[in-house]
Design a binder for this molecule. Structure first.
Ligand SMILES: *Cc1c(COP(=O)(O)O)cnc(C)c1O
Length: 376
């Protein structure tokens, strides 16, 4: 790997194929993939329906740019916003890009630039999204950040009410902080956010890049809270492995992004839309979402039954579950890999469990068995 930048501490596993929850390396060893490529392969690897959608589209049309009308984008926008206050969508290619669009939309709409964010948040690696991210380690070495962001302590009502005023354009948050340790917004905090938003006319931007598209057992995570966003951002699970991001916004914001105001060459590319439409058609089926909730409850119950409560506690919701440990969990991730279970951390002390939404109870049992071997 001499010609490749070293900006990832890569694991020494070369994965060559995947089917459902199982991935196989170049030695033929199989692993249960409880990372889903960081919450991306929502329907598992090589799901026949998305393979078919991609194959069919690849023989018709790959790319036309956003200079032409797209009934396919309109259909996906309708599917994403059905029965919601968020009425309009625009498509891009990643989570960071969706957040950049949200930052621009909020600033242009309000004519203000101050945006309140939260410690331990993660919003992406581009300049605006990096500035919005409430973790110093992400920003190190890159010089002065964009000034308009202030990261407040998460779930701290007093800090929020102190910082909110009529100069604030937007509040931006994750309902469950994925990268930052699987920390959920508390009901009282959600209430306080809604109060300051209404009082000062602040826009609410919810970053659903990790939590959206069924990951929490509802279409979007905010549906399980008192939060009523003006803008949400999506990516990761939306494309089931094909790169796509999206921003959804309420009616009031429609006029702010008129022709020429914002754009992207690849965003909403026909291949990405064909795959994402198939993902959304599957995941937004109420029976599918209910199954995610059932599997979540089952997974948590099985984990609670084996993990000693004095050392480990569970966090999160749906199929974004964190195991918080008193000790650093790096070695656990390595041992799990040896035993055939792929995991990702969320900070130093939290094991993040992100299986495909299609995971079976038998696969959950297998994963719990491996975790028990290592942790107990
Ligand atoms: C992964 C992530 C992002 C960044 O998405 P990219 O596609 O990597 O740019 C933004 N916000 C949240 C909550 C994420 O989990």
């Amino acid at each position: 790997m001499t010609s490749l930048f070293n900006n990832y501490a890569r694991r020494a596993v070369h994965l060559v194929k995947g089917q459902g929850t199982v991935v196989t390396d170049d030695q033929g060893k199989e692993y249960l993939d409880f990372t889903s490529g960081i919450a991306v392969v929502s329907l598992g690897h090589a799901h026949p329906a998305i393979v078919k959608a991609l194959q069919e589209q690849s023989e018709k049309l790959w790319h036309i740019s956003n200079l032409f009308e797209s009934p396919e984008q309109e259909k996906l926008a309708e599917s994403l916003t059905k029965d919601m206050d968020l009425a309009y969508a625009l498509f891009c290619n990643s989570g960071a890009e969706a957040n950049e669009a949200a930052i621009k939309l909020a600033r242009k709409h309000t004519g203000k630039h101050k945006i309140l964010t939260f410690k331990q948040s993660f919003h992406g690696r581009t300049f605006g999204a990096m500035a919005a991210t409430g973790q110093d380690k992400i920003k190190q070495g890159f010089g002065p950040m964009l000034e308009s962001f202030e990261a407040l302590p998460f779930n701290d009502v007093e800090a929020l009410t102190d910082a909110a005023n009529e100069n604030v354009a937007a509040i931006m948050l994750e309902v469950v902080q994925g990268e930052g340790g699987v920390n959920s917004v508390e009901p009282a905090f959600a209430q306080a956010i809604m109060e300051v938003c209404q009082h000062y006319g602040i826009l609410l931007v919810i970053d659903e890049v990790q939590t959206g598209i069924g990951r929490m057992g509802t279409r979007y995570a905010y549906e399980q809270t008192a939060l009523k966003p003006d803008i949400i951002t999506l990516a990761k699970g939306l494309g089931g492995g094909f790169p796509i991001g999206a921003l959804l916004a309420g009616k009031d914001l429609f006029d702010t992004f008129g022709p020429g105001s914002h754009g992207t060459t690849f965003g909403g590319n026909p291949l990405a839309i064909a795959v994402a439409q198939t993902v959304v058609d599957h995941v937004f089926d109420p029976a599918f979402l209910q199954a995610v909730q059932d599997k979540s409850a089952y997974f948590k119950k099985q984990l609670q039954a084996v993990l000693p409560a004095e050392k480990y506690s569970l966090r999160g919701n749906g199929l974004l579950i964190g195991i918080h440990s008193n000790e650093v969990i790096g070695p656990v991730i390595q041992q799990a890999e040896k035993q055939g279970l792929l995991l990702v951390p969320a900070g130093a002390n939290v094991i993040r469990l992100l299986p495909p939404l299609t995971v079976s109870k038998a696969e959950i049992d297998q994963a719990v068995g491996i975790l028990k071997n290592i942790l107990v």
